[in-house]
Design a protein around this ligand. Structure first.
Ligand code: GN1
Ligand code: MG
Length: 362
């Protein structure tokens, strides 16, 4: 941790108990997250520094999260769910009543109650993929009637047209002088770019809706209880209006890849059909009732879209000189790019299988 007086930051929030220890938590690429252990009976907390270079409107971000968590809590209460405090995140107010605190160095902080006795998973099994599909579908279902419009915490976050224009801009600037090395990848992406921008066109034509989505549906953004049952959807920064493809496709991008998104050994990369089938089955179990036919029909497109989009994002960042994603070594973003491209290619080999499987579920 850099030289930040964490105790002083925590003192800005209405937390109970004396702080015993603060330690890093999780492995997100964007925010810094710590677990705050307290003495005695007081709950533990999660302290997060919000990356406001990426989430530039923290007020809007926290407003979205407040609306969403309050709405989910009401839904859980309405169906008499048990253990509600472990099924939805609870934010701690700062002394001024807000759910975040801005320090004198313009850093933004927030505190949540730590949900005890939970498990997070980095890898999926067919069983957990099914349950995650159902849970993310259910999350969207609970949010179909959010009482007020939510803003985009990152404008055009999953807009493929915008992501292509960012890549083109990176190519034009060639800021880190890395373009020669990746020209073939840029060309390959350009060949499919139009096809991958199809959702934006259909949206403009009024044929495809946007809904409130999670937009970062990884298995590690889900808490499980000790018995392996899904408890709670976490990491709500990107909850915003989007195509449902964001949730469905982005989960499979990580969950149905045989390896991690940054594995440099491309022989490990591939599309796991079994996980695809399990996740799709679970997702449609809860989402079917609100999805329109075109959304269902385009699910295979969503599976291809996300490795494609992530490849474009990693590549643009590599060309720009690694200004967005945290990296551990100089070619980290290039390895991620190649990995996602290999996954994209393999997904495309499964286009027909995916369409047939989704049809078979109707
Ligand atoms: C970022 O921080 P993390 O790992 O939850 C990114 C996602 C990418 C992901 C790639 C706000 O998410 O969109 O898919 O890295 N989040 C943001 O690993 O850009
Ligand atoms: Mg995360």
């Amino acid at each position: 941790m850099e030289n930040i007086d964490i105790a002083r930051i925590l003192a800005q929030f209405e937390i109970e108990g004396a702080v015993k220890e603060v330690m890093p938590l999780g492995n997100g690429l964007i925010n810094d997250t710590y677990r705050v252990v307290t003495d005695g009976d007081a709950p533990d907390y999660v302290l997060q520094r919000i990356n406001n270079a990426i989430f530039q409107d923290v007020d809007l971000l926290q407003h979205n999260i407040e609306v969403v968590t309050a709405h989910v809590r009401r839904k859980l209460e309405a169906c008499n769910a048990d253990d509600i405090d472990r099924r939805v995140l609870q934010f701690v107010k700062a002394r001024d009543g807000k759910t975040y605190y801005r320090d004198e160095a313009d850093r933004y902080w927030r505190v949540m109650v730590y949900i005890p006795e939970t498990i997070t998973n980095e890898a999926v099994t067919p069983e957990s993929a099914h349950d995650c599909g159902k849970a993310f579908g259910n999350f969207e279902k609970m949010l179909v009637d959010v009482p007020e419009p939510l803003g985009e915490t990152i404008p055009d976050f999953h807009n493929m047209e915008l992501r292509m224009s960012q890549l083109r801009e990176a190519v034009a600037n060639n800021a880190a002088g890395r373009l020669d090395e990746v020209r073939d990848i840029v060309e390959e992406l350009e060949r499919d770019a139009d096809e991958m921008c199809k959702a934006e066109r259909l949206y403009r034509e009024g044929k495809l809706p946007k809904r409130i989505c999670h937009c970062d549906t990884k298995v590690n953004n889900m808490l499980f209880d000790q018995q392996g049952q899904v408890l709670c959807v976490i990491d709500l920064d990107t909850v915003m209006p989007s195509f449902v493809f964001s949730d469905y496709g982005d989960f499979l991008r990580t969950g149905a890849n045989f390896t991690a998104e940054d594995d440099p050994d491309l022989s490990h990369v591939g599309f796991n059909e079994e996980i695809f089938k399990a996740f799709t089955t679970g997702y449609l179990e809860s989402a079917r009732e609100f999805l329109t036919p075109i959304e269902v029909e385009m699910l295979p497109y969503a599976v291809a879209l996300f490795p494609f989009m992530q490849c474009v994002r990693f590549l643009a960042d590599y060309i720009n000189g690694d200004t967005y994603y945290k990296i551990k070594y100089p070619t980290h973003n290039l390895d991620r790019t190649r990995n996602q491209l290999a996954l994209y290619r393999d997904v495309r080999r499964h286009d027909q299988m995916m369409a047939a499987f989704i049809c078979s579920l109707q």
